[in-house]
Ligand binder design. Structure first.
Ligand code: FAD
Length: 264
């Protein structure tokens, strides 16, 4: 059984800055991490593999620039069996549509049973890529997975809902999207890190997946979403400090401000 885990390398968002001229993220010098929901998805996959290591294989797949290899090596060091990097200049500038079309083309090259994606990437933040992949592959999907069990060909998923949980059973093949709280991630072991650097990472470019792709659906040209403008949130102003006033005077001052701004 092959479990494919989609992992995205994302900038550590606490440190993200925007270029005011180009409206793009400044990536230089910003540390990259594996997207937290994807790390949980990887852990879910590794736990399923631990239950039946001879028959279950974990394949990690990432679409990104060559430096995304670091994220894949980390996944290998944690216990993934194989890693595939989907990288080609032609894929650059992809929105969620082009990203999901390209990742789907790669997955079609793999004999998959279960596909795991994170619920949402912390930089793009759309939560669209996983469901779109399931749609392209015409397989069922369960999103917001918080707990996963596998019994033969049947997967049982505890799905988080607004005010309740759903427990769902489904036959494989299926795609699930995981929440960061689905599993606490294991640490890499020294042996795992050593082995990870001996393993090859398969790199697929356009040539390797083009038979499964419509060329109108890749990269910037194949991306229907255009970012018109991006800007950081404005910081809060300093505010006004009223000193040496009584409670009544403070209440009067607040009321006056609220009236001035037409809140009351
Ligand atoms: C016009 C435009 C141009 C853009 N140009 C760039 C660019 O040049 N560089 C750039 O990095 N981003 C770019 N983006 C953002 C990029 O399109 C999105 O980050 C990407 O499509 C994934 O969407 P998301 O981050 O919202 O993922 P979500 O839908 O929130 O991700 C859900 C899950 O899907 C999987 N997933 C998502 N992306 C990948 C991936 N690349 N590899 C493996 N698994 C994945 C992960 O499991 C993830 O947790 C651009 C967006 C637009 C609209």
């Amino acid at each position: 059984m092959n479990i494919v885990v989609c992992i995205k390398q994302v900038p550590d968002t606490n440190e993200v800055r925007l270029d005011p001229k180009t409206n793009t993220l400044i990536r230089e010098g910003v540390p990259s991490i594996i997207n937290p929901d994807d790390l949980a998805g990887l852990e879910v996959a590794l736990r399923l593999k631990d239950e039946d290591p001879d028959n279950r294989k974990v394949i990690v797949l990432s679409m990104g620039p060559p430096q995304a290899e670091v994220a894949l090596r980390e996944a290998l060091a944690m216990g993934a069996d194989e890693a595939i990097l989907l990288s080609d200049r032609a894929f650059g500038g992809a929105d969620t549509w082009a990203t999901s079309c390209t990742i789907t083309a790669a997955i079609k090259n793999i004999d998959y049973d279960l596909i795991i994606a994170g619920r949402q990437a912390i930089d793009g933040d759309t939560a669209q890529v996983g469901p779109q992949i399931a749609k392209h592959l015409d397989i069922p999907q369960i999103s917001y997975a918080e707990d996963v069990a596998l019994n033969g060909n049947v997967i049982t998923v505890k799905r988080q809902f607004e005010d309740r949980y759903h427990i769902l059973d489904a036959d494989l093949p299926i795609l699930i999207t995981t929440l960061a709280e689905a599993a606490e991630t294991r640490f890499m072991t020294i042996r795992g890190i050593y082995d990870a650097y001996k393993k090859d990472i398969t790199v697929w470019g356009l040539e390797d997946v083009k038979d499964n792709l419509d060329m109108d659906n890749i990269g910037l040209k194949g991306s229907p979403t255009k970012v018109r403008r991006s800007f950081p949130k404005a910081g809060k102003g300093e505010g006004t400090l009223l000193k040496d006033v009584t409670a009544d005077e403070a209440a009067e001052a607040i009321l006056a401000k609220l009236k001035e701004k037409y809140f009351i």
